[in-house]
Write a protein that binds this ligand. Structure first.
Ligand SMILES: Nc1ncnc2c1ncn2[C@@H]1O[C@H](COP(=O)(O)OP(=O)(O)O)[C@@H](O)[C@H]1O
Ligand SMILES: [Mg+2]
Length: 312
């Protein structure tokens, strides 16, 4: 079942920027990544889903119900952590959870129990009675996440949730998301740490300049992209001519030079075979040798760059 459906969503700001025809389907219980460069339209899409701004046109369905007319019942299905948290600075962390818990319609006992648990989970128990004005950026981010999780909403919309976190807090947070997804919560998140996204998310939607360019299971993404096999070749020396000649081989999409120095080339191809003999022949012709050729795993980052660069 799709917990979240976004169809042909348009929102153009007065400066002419925004999103055009965004499409997105998030299955229940999945962790789905919304990826794109800065300015691609991730935050605008998320704000439309959470009802913070109104789209110009398009359809949003949350847990099988249309998100229209600001219906509080539909909105309460969604927990949101914005890109830039803005919390009441005079309250303590614990007080914030109480206030937001009541706003979400939770009972006093529920709020008390859940606050304690969430403060512990996001590592803010010790600082829970300090005012928000004394929190660091990472602490604010963690409090914001606790608020988003409060009340166990069906869908969590998290806009760059780990951007301000140190690596160990980010890792704990990702573990918490995995737990929540296993319990049936649905998560849509944006994150620029593509190696982490690749491990955490089962599906991804990539947007560019306000438009959806691909939506896919993470495992299928690699197969959908031209040049999705990647080999690293080590040579006695590398030259522009060598790169140029390798790029002319049938099936080779792109060749990257190792900018850190060294005589290594990364070769992106559509072909599964390693092209060893062809490449070693080309190297010989121009007076150098191929020492080794190893297959390297294509990463989400490779795919992202290939897709976004093709568009530009
Ligand atoms: N409040 C706003 N007013 C005008 N333009 C905006 C506003 N918010 C975002 N934009 C523009 O809309 C586009 C999408 O922005 P945004 O959704 O914030 O992208 P992302 O979150 O992917 O970085 C960008 O070109 C951005 O400059
Ligand atoms: Mg953003």
């Amino acid at each position: 079942m799709d917990a979240l459906v976004v169809e042909n969503l348009n929102k153009i700001y007065s400066n002419g920027r925004g999103i055009r025809e965004i499409n997105l389907n998030v299955q229940k219980g999945k962790i789905h990544a919304l990826l794109g460069n800065n300015g691609a339209g991730k935050s605008t899409t998320m704000k439309c889903i959470t009802g913070i701004i109104f789209p110009d046109s398009g359809r949003i369905e949350v847990m099988g119900k249309e998100l229209r007319d600001n219906d509080p019942k539909v909105k309460s299905c969604v927990g949101y952590s914005p890109e830039l948290p803005s919390l009441p600075r005079n309250l303590t962390g614990r007080q914030c959870l109480v206030v937001y818990g009541y706003l979400k319609g939770l009972s006093k006992d529920q709020v008390r129990l859940e606050s304690e648990d969430l403060l512990e989970k996001v590592g803010l128990l010790e600082a829970s009675d300090s005012r928000v004005s004394q929190y660091s950026r990472g602490m604010l981010q963690r409090l914001d996440l606790a608020i988003a999780l409060e009340g166990g909403p069906d869908i969590l919309i998290l806009d760059e949730p780990t951007a301000g976190l140190d690596p160990s807090s980010a890792s704990k947070f990702r573990a918490l998301l995995r737990e929540r997804a296993a319990e049936g919560q649905t998560i849509l998140l944006s994150d620029h740490q593509l190696s982490e996204v690749e491990r955490l998310c089962s599906d991804a939607t990539i947007i560019n300049e306000g438009r959806t360019i691909i939506q896919s299971k993470m495992s299928d993404l690699l197969k959908k992209v031209k040049g999705s096999f990647k080999y690293v070749g080590e040579f006695s020396s590398v030259s522009d001519k060598l790169i140029h000649d390798i790029e002319k081989i049938d099936g080779v999409v792109h060749v990257d030079i190792d900018h850190k120095g060294g005589n290594t080339l990364t070769i992106y191809t559509d072909r599964r075979d390693q092209l060893n003999s062809e490449i070693s022949g080309i190297a010989k012709e121009i007076g150098c040798s191929l020492y080794s050729m190893t297959e390297s795993k294509t990463t989400l980052e490779d795919i992202f760059l290939a897709l976004v660069n093709t568009e530009e």
